[in-house]
Design a protein around this ligand. Structure first.
Ligand code: CDP
Length: 211
């Protein structure tokens, strides 16, 4: 079983994907983490941002296990750079095969995979068995992300988070390559209306388990 979960920034798609993977014993890939890892490598290059971005595709082709587990992946500065590297077609191309291979050959002999991101149902896995598209009002998403960052000890203001999410959504939806949009056959979930358990339950009603 292959499940695609796409959606706007901080919409809860990662939480939904992880919960579905746990429930159905599927492998889970947070594809945003790949773009975040490329962003961290770009941020560490000893060049000004515009010049460093010209090396992004080459950095994308060199990702290691350590890059994907770096402690700074979820920082707001990383989020902002992630959406910049994600708009570079050569970066997306460099990460395509890894994602498709993860779904075709899930680790640990899992019987399938859940991938979450922006273009999973549209570009990466157009033949996924089931596709979800998560969204919620931007103020709700910003409140949730603000709470999450504060609980991790980051010092972000609500206004900055709101502006960061708006800028990312705008860039993600309007880039020419693999823009964020619901696949035609995606099931849309308004995650603002639900607590986590309810959101997961609602999504589950669409999935017929092979078990
Ligand atoms: O968790 P959050 O929604 O804030 O972000 P994320 O899923 O970790 O993704 C970070 C950034 O990576 C996004 O703003 C996108 O620009 C980019 N991304 C993408 O372009 N395609 C994907 N499949 C996943 C993420």
């Amino acid at each position: 079983m292959i499940i695609a979960v796409d959606g706007t920034a901080a919409s809860g798609k990662g939480t939904l994907a992880k919960r579905l993977a746990d429930h159905f014993h599927l492998a889970h890939l947070d594809t945003g983490g790949l773009y975040r890892a490329v962003a961290l490598r770009v941020l560490r290059l000893p060049f000004p941002a515009d010049e460093a971005l010209t090396h992004a595709a080459s950095e994308a082709s060199q990702l290691t296990h350590d890059d994907l587990n770096h402690a700074d992946l979820r920082l707001e500065t990383t989020s902002a750079m992630a959406s910049r590297v994600a708009s570079i077609p050569a970066v997306r191309q460099a990460l395509l095969a890894y994602q498709q291979d993860f779904a075709a050959n899930p680790p640990n002999h899992a019987s399938g995979a859940v991938l979450d991101g922006r273009d999973i149902g549209t570009i990466i896995l157009p033949n996924a068995d089931i596709k979800f598209y998560c969204d919620a009002e931007i103020e709700i998403r910003a409140q949730r992300r603000h709470k999450e960052l504060i609980s991790r000890g980051e010092t972000a203001t609500y206004a900055d988070i709101l502006a960061g999410i708006a800028a990312r959504d705008n860039r993600d939806m309007n880039r020419p390559v693999a823009p964020l949009k619901p696949a035609e056959d995606a099931i849309r979930i308004n995650t603002g209306k639900y607590a986590i358990d309810q959101m997961v339950e609602q999504a589950m009603t669409y999935i017929v388990s092979p078990e």
